[in-house]
Structures are given as structure tokens and as C-alpha cells.
Design a protein around this ligand. Structure first.
Ligand code: BGC
Length: 466
């Protein structure tokens, strides 16, 4: 058993200003994620006219970026382990800039698609490495909050982008909208992209990555800055101790008895976060609201309401995650989501679509997602694996997240047409109920534990059960 003195943050005062600033910079990667998720919703109509897109091409215009994300996530672990978290994030920010400029200047649809995929690769890499970086630098006591900053940045990016899109549309007439507005919409990503790229040069490398590479001497001053002298020295000892018990860092390690369970938890939660249907709402909210008989303008206002609720409840998640823990948030959130989805399905089934019931249920669903599967996924994913395999395992979980994102967002419109909204939302409800049971049975509580303590938890209790 590794020593725990100094690692749970209870006996020393961490430098919260410093570590929060550093975590905020890494979390900016989430802003790019949110931007890329939302930007296309405002641009799609104009792109369709500009390049006379078919229905299939429209789908491709939206989802090509997710293909890039799958690719980016799949190589993130290998790159992050080899070159370090910081350098790989810098390269990702640079790749994002190439994608952004390429999309904004695209002279034809092919260039647009290639540029979106390039941007997606960057988002895929950052979605694995930014939360992981925050987890590796955070004092245990505040790790949940500091990693969840990433989710806060995602929802901020989604929310801001709706407004930026609306603002840009106001610049010119209809012809300008078709020829150029979408270029500015995509180009706007360059602003957070440059800020992210430049600020990353000022953050330190992950101390845990350094220690793992036998560079504890470089890790120590960073840990001293975060935790204070005494706790930092203890932390280095804890890391060395825990590295002794770890294996080779090959993918095979993940299939050993204890870690197999960690892998199942990571992969399962990643898939279930997407199977809960969140992106059906995020990407298609105006369409869903139109099905309830609202006009286009009212739909847009309600879409903005969804963004505001998502933002407000993510703040609540940040506040709660290190107090009540990851498990309680997930259990409460997924139960509320299940009920809300049941109500939505029932309302569509019985044609109760004219009153506010669907809007209210969707807002409750989004709020419950924000405090549970939204914020908690990134926290759990970045903390449950041992150092030796963390990069690769997080990459697998993140890749699964993007694959299911792709599958759900691609199948949602045709399913809506063939089976109807009652069935689709009912299915999402079944999935959130599965997420509840999954959490109840398999997720161990990791609140307040150091990453080294979490490592030993899996090996000490091979079943890994909660
Ligand atoms: C998910 C995204 C989703 C967003 C909505 C994130 O945690 O990974 O797919 O669009 O939350 O807030």
C-alpha cells in the first residue's frame, strides 16, 4: 500500500490560483470542442446553397469532423505518452488552426471536408489529453472540479458559438450569407485556437508524465508549486512506489483481472454518455422543437435556453463533484434523465406536444446530463487508470465516445422519420437506465483519492467492484 500522506491534499494547502490557471488553459481545448460541435448548425444552410449539397453531403458536412475526432483520439495516447502531454496539446492546437483556416477558405466542398477532418483530429487529441493533463496536475481534493472545467469549456463553447453565428449572420445580406458568412463562422474558431496555442507554452509538463519518464527532478518543482514543498516530496515518493507495482504499459496490461474492470468502466461510461442521446438534442434541438409545432424563431430561442441550462448545471456539477462524489452525481443524474426521457416519449406518443411539457422535460434532461454524465465522464476517464497505461486507456475510452457520438448523430434523423420520436426518446431512456445500473454495480467512488491510491484500488480488489 502506498503512503497517502500529502497526496489527498488534506494536510497541506495547494496553490489553487496557480493550478486553476493552468487547468483553465488546458480546459480551453474544451472550448474548441464546443465550438466545433456547434458551429456547423449555423453554417449548414448556407453551405448547402453555396455548394449545392445533397442530403447525404449535408450529413457529411456535419459529421466529417467526428471522423477526425475518432482518428485523433485513437493516436492521442501514443503521442501523449511518447512526446508528453504538453507538447502533444501544442501540436493539436496547431493542427486545429490548420483545420480552421482551411475550412474558412475552402474553395470547394472537398477542401471543406478535408479541413473539417483535420480540425476534428485536433479535437480528438485534446479531448483525451486535456482532461488527463488536468487530472495529472491536480491536488486530489479538487481533481474533480479541475477536470470538470473541461466540460464547462465545452458547454461554454457550444453556447457562445450559437451567438457568434447569429451575430455573423447580421453582417450582410442573404447573398453574403451564402457566399461568406459561413467562412467567418468557421474562421471565428481561430480566436480561441490561437489563444489556446499561445497559452499552452506557459503551462508546465504533467508532473506525473515526467516522473514516469524517470524525470522526477523536473517533476518536483512543478509539484512544489502546486502542493507546497513537503507534500510534493511525498507525492514523488508515492508515484515511485506506485510505478514499482505497475506493468509494462502495453495494451495487454488492460486485460489483466483488476484493470479489465477499469477498462470496462471507462469504455462503458463513454458509450453510455453518448447513448443517452445528448447529441440528438445538442445537434438537432431546433428540429425537435419544430416537431412540437413551434416556429423557427421560437425553436432557436428554446435552443439557446438549452445552452443556458447546460451551462448553469455544469457549474453546479463543478461545485458538487468533489463534495458528494462522482457516483452520487451519476446515480441521481441518470435517474432524473430516465424519468425526463420517459415523459418526452410519452408526450410524443400521446400527442401532448402543444403545451410546454416537452420543453420542460428536455430542459430537465439537459440539466441532469450536465451534472452527471456530462462532467463526470471526463473526470472518471482521466483518473481511473494507472499511470503506466493511462494515456492509452483514456485514448480508447475517448475514441469509443466519438464512435458512439457518430453512430447516434447519424442514425437519429432517419430513426426519427421511420420509428418516430416516442420510440427514439424511449430508447434513450432505456440507455440512461442502463447507465444508472452500470454506475451502481461497477463504478468505485474516487472522490478525494490520489491517482496513486486509485491505482492500488484496482489491483487490491481485482473485481474492481464498487
Ligand atoms: C459530450 C458531448 C456533448 C456535450 C454537451 C460532452 O460531455 O462529450 O458529446 O455534446 O457534453 O454538453
Amino acid at each position: 500500500m502506498t503512503s497517502v500522506v500529502g497526496t489527498n491534499g488534506s494536510d497541506s494547502k495547494p496553490n489553487m490560483v496557480y493550478v486553476t490557471l493552468v487547468s483553465l488553459i488546458a480546459a480551453l481545448g474544451g472550448l474548441l470542442f464546443g465550438f466545433d460541435t456547434a458551429v456547423v448548425s449555423g453554417a449548414l444552410g448556407f453551405l448547402t446553397e453555396r455548394f449545392t449539397l445533397t442530403g447525404f453531403q449535408q450529413g457529411w458536412a456535419v459529421s466529417s469532423f467526428i471522423i477526425g475526432c475518432i482518428g485523433g483520439a485513437s493516436v492521442s495516447g501514443m503521442l501523449g505518452d511518447r512526446f508528453g502531454r504538453k507538447k502533444t496539446l501544442i501540436v493539436a492546437a496547431f493542427i486545429f488552426m490548420i483545420g480552421t483556416v482551411g475550412t474558412a477558405l475552402a474553395g470547394n466542398f472537398d477542401i471543406y471536408i478535408v479541413s473539417r477532418i483535420i480540425g476534428g483530429i485536433a479535437i480528438g487529441i485534446t479531448s483525451a489529453l486535456a482532461p488527463l493533463y488536468n487530472a495529472e496536475i491536480a491536488p486530489a481534493k479538487y481533481r474533480g472540479r479541475l477536470v470538470a472545467l473541461y466540460q464547462l469549456a465545452i458547454v461554454t463553447g457550444i453556447f457562445l458559438t450559437y451567438f457568434v453565428n447569429l451575430w455573423i449572420i447580421g453582417f450582410g445580406n442573404d447573398a453574403w450569407d451564402v457566399s461568406d458568412s459561413w467562412r467567418w463562422m468557421f474562421g471565428a474558431g481561430a480566436v480561441p485556437g490561437i489563444v489556446f496555442l499561445v497559452l499552452l507554452f506557459f503551462v508546465p509538463e504533467s508532473p506525473r508524465w515526467l516522473a514516469k519518464r524517470d524525470r522526477a527532478a523536473e517533476a518536483l518543482p512543478i509539484l512544489v508549486k502546486v502542493h507546497g514543498e513537503e507534500a510534493a516530496r511525498q507525492e514523488v515518493l508515492d508515484m515511485k512506489e506506485s510505478f514499482k507495482n505497475e506493468g509494462t504499459g502495453s495494451y495487454k496490461m488492460l486485460f489483466k483481472p483488476g484493470l479489465r474492470m477499469a477498462l470496462l468502466v471507462g469504455v462503458g461510461l463513454s458509450a453510455l454518455q453518448q447513448l443517452s442521446g445528448i447529441n440528438a438534442v445538442m445537434y438537432y434541438a431546433p428540429e425537435i422543437f419544430k416537431q412540437t409545432g413551434l416556429g423557427a424563431d421560437a425553436s432557436l430561442v428554446q435552443t439557446i435556453l438549452v445552452g443556458a441550462v447546460n451551462f448553469a448545471f455544469t457549474i453546479l456539477a463543478l461545485w458538487l463533484i468533489d463534495k458528494v462524489g462522482r457516483k452520487i452525481l451519476l446515480l441521481v443524474g441518470t435517474s432524473v434523465m430516465t424519468v425526463a426521457l420517459g415523459i418526452i416519449a410519452y408526450a410524443f406518443q400521446t400527442d401532448m406536444t402543444s403545451g410546454p411539457i416537452i420543453l420542460i422535460a428536455i430542459l430537465v434532461y439537459v440539466a441532469a446530463f450536465a451534472v452527471s454524465l456530462g462532467a463526470v465522464l471526463w473526470v472518471v476517464l482521466s483518473e481511473i487508470f494507472p499511470s503506466e497505461i493511462r494515456g492509452k486507456a483514456v485514448a480508447i475510452g475517448t475514441m469509443i465516445h466519438w464512435m458512439f457520438d457518430y453512430a447516434v448523430s447519424q442514425s437519429f434523423p432517419p430513426l426519427l422519420q421511420t420509428t418516430g420520436p416516442a420510440f427514439v426518446f424511449g430508447m434513450f431512456g432505456v440507455m440512461t437506465a442502463v447507465a444508472f445500473l452500470f454506475t451502481l454495480r461497477l463504478l468505485p467512488e474516487t472522490k478525494g483519492l490520489s491517482l496513486e491510491q486509485i491505482d492500488t484500488m484496482w489491483t487490491a480488489k481485482p473485481s474492481g467492484k464498487a
